[in-house]
Design a protein around this ligand. Structure first.
Ligand code: COD
Ligand code: ATP
Length: 296
């Protein structure tokens, strides 16, 4: 568990941000995700979860290598770049991540999800509109939704995309084409509600993560555990929430127990981790509508 935690979350920046601030917030949000512990099946600062090939050091190397990418893609968004320019920028970032980690996939999902969100925020900021969640979602879908729909119809050669296709699930690309419904309709309301209830930042993040695991077609879970593994993880998350979630007196202990069950099945909810990072990014750029000192 983290020794020093801000009470309700890190300070958020004003609601119109430059590409540099949007990108910096993305790096910090990925750290928010990495630093959260316990976190079932996922890598934290102190354990590897269900992963044999990576640990916190691998993630930190990857994060450092990606620092320039998020401001760059936010700038592309501000310049109204077409989807293929974003795609090239994303693929370059994937190559940089691979060089930094020795070929290990630490942040492919985050490069995609947070990259698209940074681009949408860059575009929105440039048009002079305030950075709120519904504006961001509309901007993403209007500008790049068509290209993302086409992308979602292609058969992926990557593990998550193949698992999604095999089991008839919504892939990461399909989730993006729909404007990330689980992010906007589940993760953000969960995080905002947890912060408004005055929950500590780490408890709020943990609660949000479980809300996402309960409903997301997480291609990582499906790749590692098949449909059975995905449904098992979703059912565990639903039970956790029904029993009071992360804020319950035994919430952290129950999260740890679920972590042990995930590790024994090699399950890792990587897609849910990306949604959590995206929600933390929204909080950091001020698009969540809840700021320190505003919580009631
Ligand atoms: C679409 C991507 C994520 C590939 O996805 P695919 O599922 O086929 O591959 P992979 O197994 O590597 O999974 C990617 C990761 O997505 C995340 N994820 C899994 N399920 C989901 C989901 N339902 N929703 C969102 N993210 C998810 C996980 O972290 C997972 O590990 C992406 O790598 C890609 O195509 N990149 C090319 C660059 C690009 O187009 N960029 C666009 C602008 S950034
Ligand atoms: N804290 C985290 N710990 C582990 N994975 C995470 C974390 N945060 C995000 N993820 C996501 O999970 C994915 C890693 O999953 P995985 O190890 O299954 O990779 P893979 O290359 O798709 O498949 P495999 O290694 O099983 O063949 C990454 O895309 C990453 O975005």
């Amino acid at each position: 568990m983290n020794a020093v935690q801000p009470l309700r979350g890190p300070a958020s920046t004003p609601a119109t941000a430059a590409p540099q601030s949007l990108g910096r917030a993305a790096t910090l949000a990925l750290y928010d995700e990495l630093a959260l512990s316990p976190k079932p099946g996922l890598v934290t600062l102190s354990d590897r979860g269900s992963h044999e090939d990576m640990d916190a050091q691998t993630f930190m190397r990857s994060l450092l290598a990606l620092r320039g990418y998020f401001p760059r893609i936010a700038e592309l968004g501000a310049a109204a770049a077409p989807f293929d320019a974003l795609e090239r920028c994303g693929l370059e970032a994937e190559a940089r991540m691979a060089r930094a980690t020795g070929g290990i996939n630490t942040h492919r999902g985050a490069i995609f999800t947070l990259g698209l969100l940074c681009a949408a925020a860059g575009a929105l900021g440039n048009s002079g509109h305030a950075l709120d969640a519904s504006g961001l979602r509309a901007e993403l879908v209007e500008r790049w939704g068509g290209a993302l729909h086409l992308r979602a119809q292609k058969v992926s050669v990557l593990p998550g995309g193949r698992a999604a296709w095999r089991h008839g699930l919504r892939s990461a690309s399909a989730e993006a084409a729909l404007g990330f419904p689980v992010l906007f309709e589940v993760a953000l309301p969960s995080l905002a509600s947890a912060l408004r209830r005055g929950l500590a930042w780490h408890v709020a993040r943990l609660d949000t993560l479980f809300h996402v695991i309960a409903v997301l077609d997480d291609a990582n879970l499906a790749h590692r555990g098949g449909l059975e593994g995905l449904r098992f993880a979703q059912a565990e998350a639903r039970r956790f929430l029904a029993d009071g979630g992360a804020a319950a007196p035994d919430g952290l202990a129950r999260a740890e127990a679920i972590g042990r069950a995930f590790v024994s099945r090699r399950l890792s909810p990587g897609g849910a981790a990306d949604m959590l990072a995206a929600a933390c990014w929204m909080q950091r750029i001020g698009a969540l509508g809840v700021h320190i000192g505003q919580a009631t």
